[in-house]
Ligand binder design. Structure first.
Ligand SMILES: [Zn+2]
Length: 116
């Protein structure tokens, strides 16, 4: 298995994991709207989850929703052959950054620039 295939597996696995975590978080809320959301998600494609989850959810779930968007974006880039290039400067993203977060979108230079 090459590095890209290994990263792809990690992304796919993480996506499944985050889906599970969201469902568990929704279960911990007793309000009927969260139960309804959970049932809605269970019969929706993962690609539709971020839209269905929306903005009016607790911070924890919003963060997981963001992670779904990031991992999905990376998987789409993999499919299209654009994976591993910086969203800001188009330079190849350093492999150690991709290995620490396969959904990362920026090279070391641009990460440092936005961190400041
Ligand atoms: Zn860059």
């Amino acid at each position: 298995m090459n590095t890209t295939e290994a990263l792809k597996l990690r992304l796919e696995y993480e996506l499944l994991e985050v889906q599970q975590e969201i469902l568990i978080l929704l279960e911990t809320h007793s309000e009927p709207e969260y139960l309804a959301l959970k049932n809605l998600l269970l019969c929706s494609k993962i690609a539709d989850w971020p839209e269905k989850i929306g903005e009016h959810v607790p911070e924890k779930i919003r963060r997981k929703k963001l992670r779904i968007e990031q991992t999905q974006a990376a998987l789409i880039q993999l499919e299209l052959g654009f994976y591993g290039f910086c969203a800001d400067c188009d330079a190849p993203i350093e492999i150690h950054l991709l290995e620490s977060d396969p959904a990362t979108q920026r090279c070391a230079n641009c990460q440092n620039r936005t961190a400041k």
